[in-house]
Design a protein around this ligand. Structure first.
Ligand SMILES: Nc1ncnc2c1ncn2[C@@H]1O[C@H](COP(=O)(O)OP(=O)(O)O)[C@@H](O)[C@H]1O
Ligand SMILES: [Mg+2]
Length: 332
């Protein structure tokens, strides 16, 4: 793997100015790992710096590893806006945690199947998928597939069948709790982290995800109207919490597609931090062409280009997530 359909690899940016961007004025010191790789002025060429970072990344990721959480952590990745980085965050944080020794499952709950594609997972029509699991036709283990890039990373794919589920669910008994029921079996598996990637809507698929998971992770794009719609999302979360899933908490907010060249991105980041406080990860995901190229090769950024800033930032974000641990009941 790692090659395009014609056997060539996408250009790696050697010798040209990187199009990736990074916060120029971080308000807080980045985590230790980030400081480590940002200090690459000693390396002469961009390609040399990148190679050095890749080696350091793989070394530190595999050497130390991360502690397993006390209990399996299940996250719903939700934001009803499309294109804010839900899928990208789901697959890359999952891959980063797997790289550091943890066993991770991504459940693709978007009929578009983007998470399945990005993880290189089969999801043609007829493949056992989240649809059959949700409807109760098959147990989770029948839909589990292992990533071709990691023995610790698994996926329950989405096929186009899921597109009809939103309507089929309406007339079903206990329609909001079907995923929760289906996922109860997961406690027999030793997954450390489970991420449910939601479609860009607040319909029954997203509601099922919110009922099935104690933690919500909201990706917010550093763009105009970033917070538009977030109020509605939070109200829905409150509603699910009070009626269907008392455990539910927004534990994590992640800023995505940060473009350090714009003042707007900084302003958005400030607003989001003012609104969500310490739920916002200190690590910010930069806008990076490579991050957007990786799914085209059925890869996460950690496989596609482990030395890139996108890979580093998702690795840092995954560490922060793991080191913070699950919120204690009643503290949020
Ligand atoms: N950090 C990033 N830098 C550049 N492009 C990104 C980044 N994160 C996501 N993208 C791209 O933006 C688009 C939307 O991201 P995606 O994760 O699919 O959003 P969502 O799942 O919320 O709809 C995709 O084409 C993706 O490749
Ligand atoms: Mg998506």
């Amino acid at each position: 793997m790692g090659e395009g359909p014609d056997g060539s690899r996408a250009p790696r940016g050697g010798g040209r100015v990187s199009r990736e961007t990074w916060p120029t004025t971080p308000r807080e010191a980045p985590p230790a790992a980030a400081q480590d790789w940002q200090n690459d002025a000693v390396i002469d060429t961009p390609i040399g710096a990148e190679a050095e970072r890749a080696v350091r990344l793989l070394h530190s990721a595999t050497r130390g590893g991360l502690p397993r959480p006390e209990r399996q952590r299940v996250f719903t990745i939700a934001n009803q806006k499309g294109g804010v980085g839900k899928t990208t965050t789901a697959v890359n944080i999952a891959a980063a945690l797997a790289l550091q020794g943890l066993k991770v499952l991504v459940i693709d709950l978007d009929p578009q199947g983007n998470a399945s594609t990005a993880l290189g997972i089969e999801h043609r029509p007829g493949t056992a998928s989240s649809y059959e699991v949700l409807i109760g036709d098959i147990p989770v283990q029948e839909a589990l597939q292992r990533s071709p890039h990691s023995e610790r990373l698994f996926c329950i794919p989405a096929t186009i069948d899921l597109a009809g589920a939103e309507i089929e669910l309406v007339s079903m008994v206990a329609r909001e709790g079907r995923l929760r029921t289906a996922l109860a079996e997961l406690k027999h598996y030793d997954f450390d982290y489970v991420f449910i990637d939601c479609p860009p809507s607040l319909g029954l698929l997203t509601i099922n995800a919110l009922v099935a998971a104690p933690e919500v992770l909201i990706p917010i794009q550093c763009e105009y109207y970033a917070l538009e719609g977030v109020g509605q999302l939070l109200r829905n979360i409150e509603m699910v919490k009070s009626h269907l899933n008392p455990e539910l908490t927004v534990s994590t907010v992640i800023l995505t597609m940060y473009d350090g060249r714009t003042r707007l991105a900084d302003q958005v980041a400030q607003d989001v931090r003012a609104h969500f406080g310490d739920k916002v990860l200190r690590t910010v995901i930069p806008r990076s062409v490579k991050v957007s190229e990786a799914p085209g090769y059925g890869m996460t950024i950690l496989d596609y280009d482990p030395g890139s800033r996108g890979a580093m930032s998702y690795l840092d974000a995954s560490r922060e997530l793991a080191e913070r641990g699950a919120p204690q009941a009643g503290t949020r």
